[in-house]
Design a binder for this molecule. Sequence first.
Ligand SMILES: NC(=O)c1ccc[n+]([C@@H]2O[C@H](COP(=O)([O-])OP(=O)(O)OC[C@H]3O[C@@H](n4cnc5c(N)ncnc54)[C@H](OP(=O)(O)O)[C@@H]3O)[C@@H](O)[C@H]2O)c1
Length: 530
Amino acid sequence: MDNNCKNLSVTTVNKASELINPLDEALSLEQAVEPCTMVIFGAHGDLTKRKLIPALYSLYSQRLLPDSFCVIGLSRTQMNHDEFRLSMCQAMHEFADDVPIDKDTLAQFANCLYYLPTNFGDNKAFSALSLLIDELKVKHQTRGNNIFYLSTPPSLYIQIVRQLALASLAGTKSGKKTPWPRIIVEKPFGRDLASARLLNQELHQVFAEHQIFRIDHYLGKETVQNIMVLRFANGIFEPLWNRQHIEHVQITNAETIGVEGRGAYYEEAGNLRDVVQNHMLQLVSIIAMEPPVSLDSEDTRDERSKVLKSIRPFDLTKLDQYIVRGQYGPGCIGGQKVPGYRDERNVSAESQTETFSALRLYIDNWRWADVPFYVRSGKRLAKAITEIAIHFRRAPHRLFHNTREGEALDPNVLVLQIQPDEGISLKFATKQPGPTTHLRWLSMDFAYDTAFGTTTPSAYERLLHDCIMGDASLFARTDAVEQAWELITPVLEAWAAGPRLDFPNYSAGSWGPQASDNLIAGDLNAWRHL
Ligand SMILES: NC(=O)c1ccc[n+]([C@@H]2O[C@H](COP(=O)([O-])OP(=O)(O)OC[C@H]3O[C@@H](n4cnc5c(N)ncnc54)[C@H](OP(=O)(O)O)[C@@H]3O)[C@@H](O)[C@H]2O)c1
């Protein structure tokens, strides 16, 4: 048996070394990615500097971008191409902490960047964009393939889409495969069901669904993709992944930061819109989905969408039993005093905006009937952490009865840690060494960075690369976005119509309001101590 295993691993290594010749790999990737121009609307904004340019540079330095590639940035600020290049290089030094910067490579990359000062309300501006795209199509041989990235305030999305159509830049929705237009849309995708539907209708006037890439950066995270691998590439987990063996699931998304100067935005959004409607429900859909028929983007998105469709709508007559909210007051985090939400800049002193929410969800299908999915998410909590904890049912019989009271009753917990340190751990009982039988709960841990000795690529890197490859698996589809809003919109409306709450109701640096503990305690469960 051992020998067989050894032989097998030698064969595998030989095969792998034959297959993964770095040059071959680079060549095959070059063939797979098609030439294109990426047009970034909002190129002087925070997202472009913090995420998009570092991700594009990292792909460029790994030769994962097409050779024939360029970027056109647009925003109101007056700059020429060189000033834009300089500003993006400065942003690299300021924000790209995880990306090693090579001076020469950065200079070469910067040569692919162009800039057009533009007000998106101005029709003539889009004619100028059209001319620049044509010029660069020849210069960089991009073959007329364009990716339009909407990195602007969401109020401008529809206007830009219409302008693209008017300037004949959106290409056609016909079956013609090339040249192709694609559009990347940043969250939020609407602020309720009606506005999400309107945005989708406007996008569909101009782009076919397969050309629309709605970014939910959670789906680009390594651990989130690893959930699919863990579940569907291993034989041992999937037989347990159901109501017979799983007692409940806890998803925690805790931030220690406050609104970081974005008070005006957050006042309009709140936690439910900002995080739960999109990121948290996407995580639920990946944890709960059925195995897809294939990894084709439509097959995987079909399965995620079925989960969202199966989530039981909230009973509005007993809303507090299923969803509660909070807002932080002043407190202390990491030894530092921090102000309350209402003391933040551009936040009303009477604000009713929630900075925390906790939900109890049920997925009404064969696999998950009656298994609670608890989700909590908030700002200014005790620790910055995002994780999914699968709580298995306890052993059916307490065999080790002479152990200390309660010892044998803990459940096995599988934790998928998403941030800050990506990894997986499994908690299980062992016998503590000694002449008596005492159980000790230990965890078997796998950490991405130590296991692979490399930093994981940013979610934006993965998602931009996928978009260039035309793979929409990790992007949100129209039906999923609308299903999530169908679930959340009635809650937002009920909250808005209901009585004012006595906010703040939790201190910064705590784990949220008492109502959150009560929500889960009603099922005789408790949030994990993190
Ligand atoms: N920042 C993040 O980490 C983050 C994370 C997730 C999602 N998002 C989403 O990404 C989008 C962009 O966010 P952001 O933080 O980058 O916003 P931002 O810093 O406010 O940047 C907005 C950009 O849009 C440009 N702009 C605004 N109105 C314009 C107009 N009428 N014509 C031309 N340009 C105009 C601004 O140009 P000027 O600066 O030249 O005026 C700026 O470049 C938003 O939808 C946001 O919700 C952001």
